[in-house]
Design a protein around this ligand. Sequence first.
Ligand SMILES: [Zn+2]
Ligand SMILES: [Zn+2]
Length: 409
Amino acid sequence: MKAVCWQGVNKLSTETVPDPEIRNDQDVIVKVGLSTTCGSDLHLIGGYIPAMEAGDVLGHEFLGEVVEVGPGVGRHKVGDRVVVASFIGCGRCWYCENDLWSLCDNTNTNPGITSVAYGYEPGGIFGYSHAMGGFRGSHAEYIRVPFADYGAFPVPPEVDDHSALFVSDSVPTGWMGADLGGVRPGDVVAVWGCGAVGQMAARAAILLGAERVFSIDRIPERLAMTERHIGSEVIDYSSTDVGAELREHTGGRGPDVCIEAVGMEAHSAGPHHVYDQVKQQLRLQSDRPTAVREAIHACRKGGTVFVLGVFGGLVDKFPLGAVINKGLTVRGAQQHGQRYIPMLLDRIAGGEISTRHLVTHELSLDEGAKGYELFKHKEDGCVRAVFDPSRVVGDPRATGVGRSGTGYA
Ligand SMILES: [Zn+2]
Ligand SMILES: [Zn+2]
């Protein structure tokens, strides 16, 4: 089968790789319908997260059709249309039983690297390096889904593929930021980043009753899209002082909950950014935490900062003094998708959350490298490049429901 493979730092290619097979009786094989790029893939492609090997298949946010079922699978049959959580949870360990799915104790088949770096290893995730289990990713024609009874969810017929795709990762990640960030009715919430995850965090904050939600970015198309589809207020950080503007909207107090949805390759203006970028490129620090610092600074005293952006290791100039002296709660997590996915599919079916607009570009698997170029550089208004294995290069079908005039709203 065809698959988009990592070949080395900033080098991707589409290769023919062996078809996946059932290896465990709780596996299913899914024929991939759609699979999307994610900002966290860029850290792998750029070599910021080690433990990638040439030939690794990328991709962790996908949906498709069940084509083969292991003998121990009870909840799925051939022909089911399913969306699959990006993190793999066994469903039986202490963490899975406590709905902390991305912390599963049993699915990271290669725990050595992260247990040294972090103290304990997180769970396994599709297409996310050998440090996270070495599972083959979803930018392929087929994928093996372990523990399918827990990680794969039937998609209701009224939810189309382009909408359901993001329930694999971005929608539950965003929801979790607002939920575990403790957003309450009447709160003011600020979200850094208007990519898919940031947009979903803002929407979740609105649905959880926040009185005002501010989304912060610098890309005009993303700000416009967020305003239109999410309904939050937007702040362009390239043209204003974000901290001052947030204070102005909150009677000088600052937001109750600040959600960071940018990650380790954050961009910003100013000398700290240059310092971080140089240190990161020299591998003296692994992550650039610009948006995290800004969120900690902007948050009201006693508020909560939730980190959704992916960080791999160590950061420099972390404002611990502000955390202590302002009495902040700082939290972060990789997504516990299995906890939220059925509820989120219902909300999409009911029209409370819209996701289709995120698909700005649709490509074939042969265009894997091109898709990531568009996505990385945010070219041509790209928010998410989506791979459809049934497409061919130069496919006459329209590309990107989010770009058609009527695709919005
Ligand atoms: Zn992701
Ligand atoms: Zn588990």
